[in-house]
Each structure stands twice: as C-alpha cells, then as structure tokens.
Design a protein around this ligand. Structure first.
Ligand SMILES: Cc1cc2nc3c(=O)[nH]c(=O)nc-3n(C[C@H](O)[C@H](O)[C@H](O)COP(=O)(O)OP(=O)(O)OC[C@H]3O[C@@H](n4cnc5c(N)ncnc54)[C@H](O)[C@@H]3O)c2cc1C
Length: 435
C-alpha cells in the first residue's frame, strides 16, 4: 500500500495529573474519582455529550447495582444514580438493581457532576495518538476543530471501551485475531407504543433476579414466523422504559462485525440502520400494542458488546468470577449474569451468578506500561468473565477504582504496579465502594 509521511508540531495545551480518555460509564467515574482525591484531571470525549453506550448507544437499563438487594456498586456511581433519580431521570428497579433512565437527563446530570468537580472537559475531541518515551506515555494527541492538540499527564486512564490508548501505546491485547466477538446491535426508541398494556409493561421493567428479561411471547412469535415475515437477524427482543408514556427503548437488531475495523463497522452501522426501520415495521404490523409506533430515535452509535481488551497483570477468569473469589486487591464488583450473545443468529448463552463477583486491581494495568490504567469494557478478563463485567454499573465501578489509583500514583509519582493497595482500598471504601 502506498503511504504518506507527515510531520507536524503539536501544541501542548494542557498538563495534568490524570488524563482520562473516553467519557462513558467508566471514564466519567474515573475522572470524578481522580478529582475527588485531589488530582488535576482532563476528560476527553469524541461526542458533544457524556455517557458512552448509555447515551450514544441508548443502551438501557444500567445493570446492575445490587445483587439480591445487597449493594455491590456504591460510591460515586450510586451518587450519580440518586441525583439522576431526584431529577426525575432514573427509575431504580428492585430487587435486581437495574436502572432505567431518560438519556437526555442522564447527559445533563453527568455533565453537571463533571463540571462541578473542576474537571477540564475536551468534548468533540478524538484521541488519535500517543507520544511515548519508551513504554511511558508522555502525552495523548487529540483532534478537534482547533486542530491537533497534545495533553500531558502523569497517569493516563483508558476508558475508550476499545482500549484505543493502550493499543496505540503497544499494550498486548486479547482476544487475538480470529476469536469470535459478540454481535453489534443498534438500539432505537419507539414512540406511540401502548406502554400500559400488560405485554409491554411487563417487558420494559427489568426487576426480577435470575430470569432473562426478554419478551418471551414476542420472541416465540418472531422465531416461528421468521421466514414468513422476512425478519432480519434479531435478539431478544428486550424493551426498556425511557420513563415516558408511549416510549420504549428496543434492543432487537444484531449483526456480526468488528467495531475496531472501520470498514467492517461502517458496513455494520448501515445494515443496522436499515434493520431498525424493518423491525419497527414488523412490530407495527404484528403486535397490537405497537400498531401506532414510530421510530422516535436511532442510537447515534451502533452498540458494541465486545472488541479488544488489554492483557493485564492478571486476567480474571470465569472460574474466579463465578466462585466469588475475593482477591487481596479487590477494588470493585460485578453481579450481572455471564451473558454471551452468539456472533451470528438469535441465540444467547446466559449463566446466572450465585453470588456477586470481585475484580482485582491487577486487571486494570500491565506492568509493561507504567503510567496507563484501563477501566470499563477493556479490562483484563477472559471471554466469560468479561461477558458479565461489560455492563455499565460494573464499568462505573472499575472506572471509580482506576480514578482513585491514578490520583494516588500521580501524587506519589509511582507506577501503576506499585500503588499502595491498602490506601487504594481504604479510599474506595470511604467513597462507598462495596468491596
Ligand atoms: C446491545 C447491547 C446491549 C447491552 N445491554 C446492557 C444492559 O442491559 N445493561 C448494561 O448495563 N449494559 C449493557 N451493555 C453493555 C454496556 O453498554 C457497555 O459495555 C458499557 O457501556 C461499556 O462502558 P465503557 O465506559 O467501558 O465504554 P463505552 O460505554 O463504550 O464508553 C466509551 C466512551 O469513549 C468514547 N471514545 C471511544 N473511543 C474514543 C476516542 N478514540 N477518542 C475519544 N473518545 C472515544 C466513546 O464515545 C464513549 O463515550 C450492552 C451493550 C450493547 C452493545
């Protein structure tokens, strides 16, 4: 392939203790936690709003903050949920601890918390590169309407979901090429739905422990009539209340694809947008509860379940995870079932947990790169443990832990592998983390 060489001078526009890349569930709580511990923090986000998959992907509900009514994710993420609830933007389902939300109030609430914490926010800014000194990151390069800009920091927290920063810095990744990835799905919001009907009302509240929350009667009908109705590949369907009468968020489309390959992802995004409107038509023509429905919103970004993760100092295994193994460096929890959607077809493999799991700090860094931490979807876990940890409350929990660790490392000028674990755990407990 023909290549072009470019060299350019890039202005360093900010110098921080901690730079967090990615303003999704993990990144926002990494930034808030680092600021809470006194660090000077910048947060970089490609969109003009925060929330990641919750808002750009319209992925709902937020799963899960409790296990059998026991709080498993506390601290700053829970403070956010209670504040969103007080704004009229969250509905906490019990006993499961799923949270349904209004995506627009979610964006507003998160933005308020970030700005009140004094975090410098770089929105509309795409992380495009890293400036390295050996295996140490000196600065990240971002692209926005001002051009290319560099942000320096002592510690960088990668919360891009796809481990973009770590990947660019040369951190070893998993899974390796060729291993299966869970499918992509574009969420959409339907208006004009009979949300008071028993079928929809039951399906849009995810409040029961130990059951799959898909709408079983609709699934059975759709599977039976898949060929006759020419239904594209689908999952669920799952519905979730957006807290507004007549509206539901729908998780139903799906296609195979690799979101870290631009051509593959572009093609998938286009297929999924076609499928959204086809699904809405199928629902309208086959279910009386949906006969007046219309597509009120399509998620700006296709939903990504799985891409690459780092190979960290420790890779959490499914065995550790389901046995509730409590590591010496446990910094967060997970309570969602192990939830693996087949790459192709309608199937899903769900293993319900018998207890909430623990997450070790060592899943958030690799000793090879002394000033990078990773939180959220890109942490170091095998495919099964990951399939539980990928949900949003769990990502918020690891974000919170990474933020505190980053602030400590910055304060002590230490590398990520020599953080004072006892101090880290003490601060997290004081914040309210249930560890
Ligand atoms: C179809 C589907 C259904 C799901 N169902 C549920 C569910 O029911 N409950 C649940 O809790 N979770 C669910 N999830 C999982 C959950 O939404 C994600 O795993 C979770 O949001 C991951 O959080 P994160 O912060 O790691 O990453 P993300 O939410 O992906 O956030 C990453 C952020 O980084 C930004 N970013 C990425 N790259 C760059 C870059 N290079 N430069 C600048 N910014 C960048 C993105 O814009 C985004 O804001 C589902 C996911 C999908 C796809």
């Amino acid at each position: 392939m023909r290549t072009i060489k470019q060299t350019k001078e890039i202005a360093v526009v900010g110098s921080y203790d901690v730079v967090v890349c990615g303003g999704g569930p993990a990144g926002v709580f990494a930034a808030l936690a680092a600021a809470e511990v006194g660090a000077k923090v910048a947060l970089v986000e490609q969109y003009g709003f925060l929330g990641g998959m919750a808002t750009a992907g319209l992925v709902m509900p937020l799963s899960v903050f409790t296990y059998n009514n026991e709080q498993v994710i506390g601290g700053l993420p829970w403070r956010f949920i209670k504040r969103l609830e007080a704004m009229g933007g969250a509905h906490i389902e019990t006993p499961l601890g799923n949270v349904a939300f209004d995506p627009e109030l979610y964006k507003l609430c998160m933005q308020q918390m970030v700005l009140e914490a004094g975090i410098e926010l770089y929105m509309h800014s795409y992380l495009s590169g890293v400036e390295m000194n050996g295996t140490r990151v000196e600065a990240v390069i971002i692209e926005n309407k001002n051009g290319s800009e560099a942000l320096e920091a002592k510690i960088f927290v990668d919360c891009t979901g796809d481990a973009d920063l770590a990947y660019m810095a040369g951190v070893e990744m998993q899974p390796q090429n060729g291993e299966p990835l869970q499918p992509l799905s574009t969420y959409f919001i339907l208006g004009g739905v009979d949300t008071a009907s028993p079928l929809v009302n039951e399906a849009m509240h995810h409040n029961k422990q130990g059951v799959n929350c898909h709408c079983l009667p609709m699934r059975e009908y759709l599977l039976e009539n898949a060929a006759k109705l020419n239904i594209p590949e689908f999952g669920g369907p799952w519905f979730c209340t957006t807290l507004h009468e007549g509206c539901v968020a729908v998780n139903m489309t799906r296609t195979a694809g690799n979101a870290c390959d631009n051509r593959d992802f572009t093609a998938a995004e286009c297929r999924l947008r076609e499928d959204v409107f086809r699904m809405a038509q199928i629902l309208r023509e086959n279910f009386k509860e949906f006969e007046k429905c219309y597509v009120a919103a399509v998620a700006p970004h296709a939903g990504i379940r799985e891409t690459r993760r780092i190979k960290g100092a420790h890779t959490m295994t499914a065995e550790e995870y389901v046995s509730g193994y409590r590591y010496e460096d446990s910094i967060s929890r997970g309570a969602h079932p192990i939830d693996i959607h087949a790459t192709k077809g309608n199937n899903q493999n769900v293993t319900f947990l018998e207890q909430a799991a623990y997450v070790p700090y060592r899943a958030l860094f690799t000793p090879s790169h002394p000033n990078i931490l990773v939180a959220g979807r890109a942490l170091s876990a095998d495919r099964k443990a990951f399939a539980s940890m990928r949900v949003q409350a769990s990502c918020m929990g690891t974000g919170q832990a990474a933020g505190v660790a980053a602030a400590l490392c910055a304060k002590e000028n230490s590398s990520t592998d020599s953080v004072n674990i006892n101090r880290l755990i003490e601060i997290l407990r004081n914040l309210g983390a249930a560890i």
